[in-house]
Design a protein around this ligand. Structure first.
Ligand SMILES: Cc1cc2nc3c(=O)[nH]c(=O)nc-3n(C[C@H](O)[C@H](O)[C@H](O)COP(=O)(O)OP(=O)(O)OC[C@H]3O[C@@H](n4cnc5c(N)ncnc54)[C@H](O)[C@@H]3O)c2cc1C
Length: 541
């Protein structure tokens, strides 16, 4: 009889999404196994831009430092519309600790994420080609081919991180709705000796598009679309001469490319599954959505999907949340993916405009990029720092209409504020979240306000009873005005910069629960423990 290996969560695929999921689950202390059919990590550079929100998530998982060491902070994009002087889109507007796009090849992203797992004493089960997936109301069951030997696994949940041709999706007969775009893009990792710029340079005109991304070692990713070569039979192999020919066609001034490390043609498609959850199975990354690479968002979406889901599974496995809590993964991540699909389709249509409408695009684009407010909106939007989950039904029901519009509420991203901790040292919010996971802050204006102090102690005691080990409660004082009650252990941090007051809208007696992914769970204004606990229960169901 074949033995079956049991775990809590099976991850299928060790691409960026699977590796991120493994790191996020490991961070929560969840038992997981990751099955990957390849024997070695991929060496392909594919996605090379890490957006600010993803860097924030790396920080929340404490994997950010090697990325910052090995990557290159791209300051923005020079857009050469038509054959005129470029307009510059600056990224320093991004409202994040990481106001840039970090340029690092996908192979290194995968390497860093896998190294982190190895440092935690874990590893990927390589050479495990998943051939069969089934599920019951009790769990999931998987068969994998390990060099001709069939291994069986069972788990409570399964994350399908197995990419655009997902075997899991196929096994469950889940449609990947959408269509191929029908265009062929060229891609080359090459040297461009006569070119030297730290900005991404994009050339867009009636002849096509070509973008140059500078790597840290001085070489470039050149990617684009040659309009004169569309409609030909699909091929993957790109010769250096073909790349040069396309660049000579598109660029206003010739640029020699040489010393290729990777050359390929690739096609694009826009597809998305209509539900990210199928009972005990979740679709993450390219298994859930694919689109063209304009804006460098695909891999980032998958990395953020993984983080959104991991802590939720942990809360369910620990018995603090009901299984239906996991539906919020679809409700929160599906619309974000759908927006990216819509926007990248629209951007492709804009790229393809030519003749008079192309000229109008060039004129309008130049005008827009000279507007500061447009630059700010575009930079923040593309970096995903504007990706809030405030529109889901559950988060809407947790929002308090009496709070001012600017106050952060259920689903909103919390930026990384600076706090004064424990009377000894400054501390930023994100390392705090990293350390505690679910962080609950109770705001106190006035040391003499006994009602709020009583509420805080009563609430913290009840949270400790009901959510033991999951949630940490802190008192947040506006200044150094509160003396802690020696009979209770309620730690204090100080909002000395008034960031929580000014930007989060916290006032005396307010309670803010922050999720491990740096979004608000809820912002409660009453000082009634039962009310706040009821809200907490609703949040976790
Ligand atoms: C040429 C090219 C250029 C790109 N450029 C960009 C870019 O500039 N910016 C951007 O954001 N994105 C870009 N992308 C897309 C980006 O590479 C993907 O979004 C990203 O790889 C998705 O990560 P993932 O983990 O979801 O899936 P994948 O990277 O596809 O990983 C899936 C993993 O699952 C494994 N697997 C599959 N089936 C099985 C099975 N049956 N059993 C076990 N394991 C299995 C695979 O071996 C693989 O390791 C590009 C892609 C290509 C091809």
């Amino acid at each position: 009889m074949t033995s079956v290996t049991h775990t809590d969560v099976l991850i299928i695929g060790a691409g960026p999404a699977g590796l991120m999921a493994a790191n996020a689950l490991e961070n929560q202390g969840v038992d997981w196994i990751c099955l990957e059919k390849r024997s070695e990590p991929s060496t392909l550079s594919k996605a090379l831009g890490i957006q600010a929100r993803t860097l924030e998530m790396f920080e929340l998982l404490n994997v950010h430092k090697p990325f910052l060491e090995r990557g290159y902070p791209g300051p923005g994009t020079k857009l050469h519309l038509g054959d005129t002087t470029p307009s510059t889109e600056e990224l320093y507007h991004i409202q994040s600790r990481y106001p840039y796009i970090l340029i690092i090849p996908q192979s290194e992203t995968e390497e860093i994420l896998e190294e982190q797992l190895i440092q935690s004493g874990k590893s990927i089960n390589r050479e495990h080609n998943v051939i069969e997936v089934s599920q019951t109301s009790e769990g999931v069951h998987v068969k994998a081919d390990n060099n001709g030997e069939i291994h069986e696994y069972s788990a409570k949940y399964l994350l399908a991180c197995d990419g655009s041709h997902s075997k899991v999706r196929e096994s469950l007969n889940v449609e990947f709705e959408g269509k191929d775009d029908g265009f062929t893009f060229f891609l080359g990792d090459v040297d461009v000796p006569e070119f030297n710029d730290i900005y991404i340079n994009v050339f867009l005109n009636d002849r096509g598009a070509a973008a140059f991304f500078p790597y840290k070692d001085g070489s470039y990713r050149v990617v684009g679309l040659d309009r004169s070569k569309q409609g030909q039979p699909r091929q993957d192999d790109l010769a250096l001469e073909d790349l040069q020919e396309s660049l000579d066609t598109i660029l206003p001034e010739p640029l020699q490319v040489e010393n290729p490390k990777w050359l390929t043609y690739f096609g694009t498609a826009h597809r998305q599954v209509d539900t990210y959850r199928k009972d005990r199975i979740f679709f993450v990354g390219d298994a859930a959505h694919i689109h063209n690479p304009i804006g460098g968002q695909g891999m980032n979406l998958g990395l953020q999907d993984a983080v959104n889901l991991a802590w939720k599974i942990d809360a369910v496995l620990k018995g603090h949340a009901t299984d239906s809590f996991l539906n919020s993964y679809h409700h929160e991540r599906y619309p974000i993916g759908k927006d990216v699909l819509r926007e990248t389709s629209a951007m492709l249509r804009i790229v393809l405009l030519d003749g008079t409408v192309g000229k109008i695009r060039n004129w309008a684009g130049k005008w827009a990029l000279t507007q500061n407010w447009v630059q700010q909106r575009v930079a923040n939007h593309m970096s995903h720092v504007y990706n809030d989950y405030d529109k889901t039904e559950q988060n809407r029901s947790l929002r308090d209409p009496s709070l001012p519009k600017k106050a952060l509420q259920a689903g909103d991203r919390v930026p990384d504020y600076l706090l004064f901790f424990d009377g000894t040292t400054d501390e930023r919010l994100y390392p705090f979240i990293r350390r505690h996971g679910h962080l609950c802050l109770i705001y106190i204006d006035d040391a003499q306000d006994e009602a709020v102090i009583d509420y805080a102690y009563d609430f913290a005691t009840k949270v400790k009873e009901k959510y033991s080990g999951l949630i940490t409660v802190y008192l947040v004082a506006r200044g150094g005005t509160v003396s802690s009650d020696p009979d209770h252990e309620l730690p204090i941090i100080y909002d000395v910069h008034h960031d929580l007051q000014k930007h989060v809208g916290m006032r005396n007696g307010h309670t803010l629960l922050i999720r491990p992914d740096g979004h608000v769970a809820f912002h409660e204004t009453t000082t009634n423990s039962e009310n706040t606990l009821a809200k907490m229960k609703r949040f976790f169901s």
